[in-house]
Ligand binder design. Sequence first.
Ligand SMILES: [Zn+2]
Length: 64
Amino acid sequence: MMTNNCVKCDATMVEAKLDSFPVSVYKATVKPNKETMSKIDPCFVCPKCGFIELYASAPGKFTE
Ligand SMILES: [Zn+2]
C-alpha cells in the first residue's frame, strides 16, 4: 500500500478519488488527445489540514 506524509503538516495522507474520476491532465504546450493525456491517479488528501496531493498516472508524458 502506498503511503506518504503531508508536506505541510506531516500527517499521514489518505488516498481519495476525484468527483468525475478519472480527471485527465496534459501538457500546456500540446493538444489534448489519447496520446498526450494522463489520468490523475492517485490522489491523496491530508485529514488534518486538507492539503490535496495529485499525481499524473503517466508522468512520462510530461518530459520535455
Ligand atoms: Zn496536512
